[in-house]
Design a protein around this ligand. Sequence first.
Ligand SMILES: O=C(O)CCC(=O)C(=O)O
Length: 233
Amino acid sequence: MIRANVNEAAGNSADPAEHSLSASQLRFFHTFGYLLLPGRVREGLGELCRAFDEVMADPDNGGTQLDYADGDRLMVPAILERHPVLQGLKSDARITAIPDSLIGDNWDYAESSGDVMQCETTWHRDVYHSPLQQFHIKLLFYLDPLTADNGALRVLPGTHYYQDSYVKKVLSGQGFPDRMEDVFGIPADALPATPIETQPGDVIVLNFRTVHASFSGSERRRLLNMNYREPTA
Ligand SMILES: O=C(O)CCC(=O)C(=O)O
């Protein structure tokens, strides 16, 4: 497990500058295409989880039930707008400091979603509603403790350099269902990847193009996503 900055303060100061990413965190993110911020939203986590659970259990939450090969996924779009506590994340300095640091203060907010997953997700990069050349980041808040053995997100570091021939070779095994085994001769979950093990309260920052997946995640994983992008040219 890689912890980008284990000394990061978990407090909720209203001053975004206090939560800015350090030069080494920025370098890590831009080099490997992801970053783990341990304990970033530890303060207020109970309230956050309760709000999330309330929305996910609401029959009028606008969610879509998706069937995956090994289980279900309930996906609720625009989850932040469905609860005042979640809505508060939009102006939370611990959060806004992340796009401030990575994109600049002219970032666009690019929606949120909530997921309850009893499934794995195959290797993919995020491209939905996002032109490849436009820089997008995703913040992932996993609300349950996750290890490589129960569904922690795995990444192929450096694959956000999407024009690189390495990435094109990796993506030749992409597909639904996964074709990695046909192409590389080993099971998809044996690819040389980095599992990002997390505790509730941690935040993962991901470049949309970084190839990612999860395996053995059939128990029940709760995930809140928030997305940001650089302004459209
Ligand atoms: O936790 C997972 O299975 C991955 C979720 C994911 O790929 C996503 O939200 O883009």
